[in-house]
Ligand binder design. Structure first.
Ligand SMILES: C[S@@+](CC[C@H](N)C(=O)[O-])C[C@H]1O[C@@H](n2cnc3c(N)ncnc32)[C@H](O)[C@@H]1O
Length: 324
């Protein structure tokens, strides 16, 4: 699709095929405990609910990171230098504007699994920044071996942007592999500006994922509705309840749907048994201190260039450069 505005906006659809989704679901449901890749939470409704989570008073990550980006964008843009911003898991692409405004002649590429939401986000952003050439790519970024051969990705340096502490949704060894993969995708001279949520009081952490309005619960339960619709499952959604808890040994929040009773569910043409009280983990959210994050990043071939933190020490935006 090419818009009539000044610079072009294009979209490329590389969403995983249904057969690949089935394979991932079978693998995840065969684990103990059962756990599916977090991206399954993001169909159009899941993306809409995630935006609502970001507005809940308990979920301060979005407002804190947005304020940090707004106040520090000129310094971040100067440190990033010129290039094409490549945002991994862009969602509604609401955080990138200060950077686009502070950079000179930027181009922008948004990657996200949630295709309709990505399309709407790119169109909205393009109206706000009509001079910025943009490309949306619907894909599972964790499986991308290379970025598409597109002029926006070939003509300038690639500068990764990965806000929202989304790295925390991967187990540490997967996170390390993902950081290494981003390094290869961004290529020589590439940098990565990445938002990392830090450990804090348990009450605050658990409240953030257990908002009083019940949006986090609706977001997780929507996974079952999605599996019923897209993969022919027959989950009874009211037979599961949402649970989010901080597991200190793992330094992560575990979000799960817990079966209210013993039951059998059909999914991907197979029967899956749940015991009463058994959990299906929908996602985890790892929290890293700046030191533990930088140790992980260093194992993936990145070096710290700069770090910007909010005053309370809740989160940091790290600028990473490639190790020599
Ligand atoms: C936690 S939200 C963060 C959204 C936004 N970056 C922010 O900071 O508010 C994660 C986003 O990444 C997308 N996402 C999650 N896993 C993904 C994957 N493996 N590949 C592509 N997109 C993914 C989701 O659709 C969602 O929009």
């Amino acid at each position: 699709m090419t818009s009539t505005l000044h610079a072009p906006l294009e979209l490329i659809d590389l969403h995983p095929a249904a057969t690949d989704m089935r394979q991932l679901v079978i693998e995840g449901m065969s684990q103990s405990p059962k756990q599916l890749p977090a991206w399954f939470l993001y169909d159009a409704e899941g993306s809409r609910l995630f935006d609502q989570i970001c507005e809940q008073p308990e979920y301060t990550l979005t407002s804190t990171e947005t304020a940090l980006l707004q106040s520090q964008a000129p310094a971040m843009a100067a440190a990033l230098g010129a290039g094409t911003l490549v945002e991994f898991g862009a969602g509604s692409a609401r955080k990138v504007s200060p950077l686009l405004e502070a950079m000179s002649n930027p181009a922008y590429v948004a990657l996200d699994i949630s295709s309709e939401h990505l399309q709407a986000a790119c169109q909205r952003l393009h109206q706000r920044h009509p001079q910025v050439p943009m490309l949306g790519i619907c894909c599972d970024y964790s499986q991308m071996q290379q970025l598409p051969l597109h002029p926006l990705l070939a003509q300038q340096r690639r500068l990764g942007f990965f806000p929202g502490s989304s790295l925390g949704n991967f187990e540490p060894q997967e996170a390390r592999a993902l950081l290494g993969q981003f390094r290869r995708l961004l290529g020589p001279g590439g940098k990565l500006l990445i938002g990392i949520d830090q450990p804090k009081a348990v009450e605050r952490l658990e409240a953030a994922y257990n908002d009083a309005a019940g949006i986090s619960a609706a977001f997780a339960l929507n996974l079952l509705t999605r599996l019923n619709r897209d993969l022919g499952a027959n989950f009874q959604v009211d037979q599961f309840r949402y649970r989010a808890r901080w597991l200190p040994a793992a330094s992560h929040i575990e979000m799960a749907l817990v079966s209210n009773q013993a039951q059998v569910v059909q999914l991907c043409d197979r029967d899956w048994s749940f015991d009463g009280g058994e959990a299906l983990i929908t996602e985890t959210s790892h929290k890293y201190s700046p030191e533990s994050f930088l140790a992980l990043a260093s194992e993936a071939g990145w070096r710290s260039e700069e770090r910007w933190s909010d005053g309370a020490g809740d989160l940091s935006l790290h600028l990473l450069k490639q190790a020599d």
